[in-house]
Design a protein around this ligand. Structure first.
Ligand code: PEP
Length: 263
């Protein structure tokens, strides 16, 4: 964590909590996250719960922002089952997760498609959280930095147009939902590499872009990860489905942000 960047903790609910349970979780978070004012908090419910969760947060006067888990680059048309940037906005979303590895792997989303989505999100004034990360095979073959470089370079042109507007999430695929977490040192190495890639576009993009870590982040490992110089927050999957665990991670980020300010 670096004092010049405001930490961000985002919860990816995936295909869970899509009804009244989502509203209950949002209401619990609105209450438990009142004291984390130095941290930006974003939650990404499934599309079915976006509008209701936004309303619930507004009703509770919460500063938690809402994200879509995906969007299509086109604004309307024959794209059955897809959701557009304007639809996300109607539901109250101000952020969107783009290029999550589950979509890249299971639905074949390419770097080019991810780039088009990032461009569309920026045009529509929805802040993108762009996910990148390597598979276990790629890591074991020593290809992590080059795989991540290709994914990041696909989107830096669009992120560079408004430095700091978008966010990058480094999510090693082998760590997602597996309970295996990257060591703070390994994660820091990739984060620093990503910052270097952003620096190729502009120093301002490098210093202002928040780079989140994602992959089995939990209350018991968050501090080690969030203490790293180039780790500016977390994208949390499983642990974001319990208000207590997600709140604990946000509180750890809040504590580190306070420390960073005073040093
Ligand atoms: C994710 O899906 O973005 C994620 C990081 O999941 P988990 O925390 O469950 O590994």
């Amino acid at each position: 964590m670096h004092p010049s960047r405001r930490p961000l903790i985002a919860g990816n609910w995936k295909m869970n909590a899509g009804g009244a349970d989502g509203c209950e979780l949002a209401a619990a978070l609105a209450k438990s996250l009142r004291e984390t004012g130095d941290v930006d908090i974003v939650i990404a419910p499934p599309a079915t719960a976006l509008a209701a969760v936004s309303n619930e947060l507004n009703k509770n006067k919460s500063s938690i922002a809402v994200a879509g888990q995906n969007m299509h680059p086109e604004d309307a048309g024959a794209f059955t089952g897809e959701i557009s940037s304007s639809m996300l906005k109607i539901c109250g979303a101000t952020w969107v997760i783009i290029g999550h590895s589950e979509r890249r792997q299971l639905l074949g989303e390419s770097d080019g498609f991810v780039r088009d989505k990032v461009a569309a999100a920026c045009r529509a004034e929805i802040r993108p959280i762009v996910c990148v990360g390597e598979t276990l095979d790629q890591r074991e073959a020593g290809q992590t930095l080059e795989v991540v470089a290709a994914q990041v370079r696909a989107v830096t042109g669009h992120l560079g147009a408004t430095p700091g507007y978008g966010v990058v999430a480094y999510e090693p695929i082998w760590a997602i939902g597996t309970g295996k977490v990257a060591s703070p040192e390994d994660a820091q190495q990739v984060h620093s590499h990503i910052r270097g890639l952003l620096n190729e576009v502009s120093p301002e993009l490098a210093t202002s872009t928040r780079i989140l870590y994602g992959g089995s982040m939990k209350p018991n490992n968050a501090e080690g990860l969030l203490s790293q110089h180039d780790i500016d927050g977390g994208l949390v999957g499983g642990a974001s489905l319990q208000a207590s665990g997600f709140t604990k991670i946000a509180e750890i980020a809040q504590g580190l942000a306070q420390q960073a300010k005073t040093h």
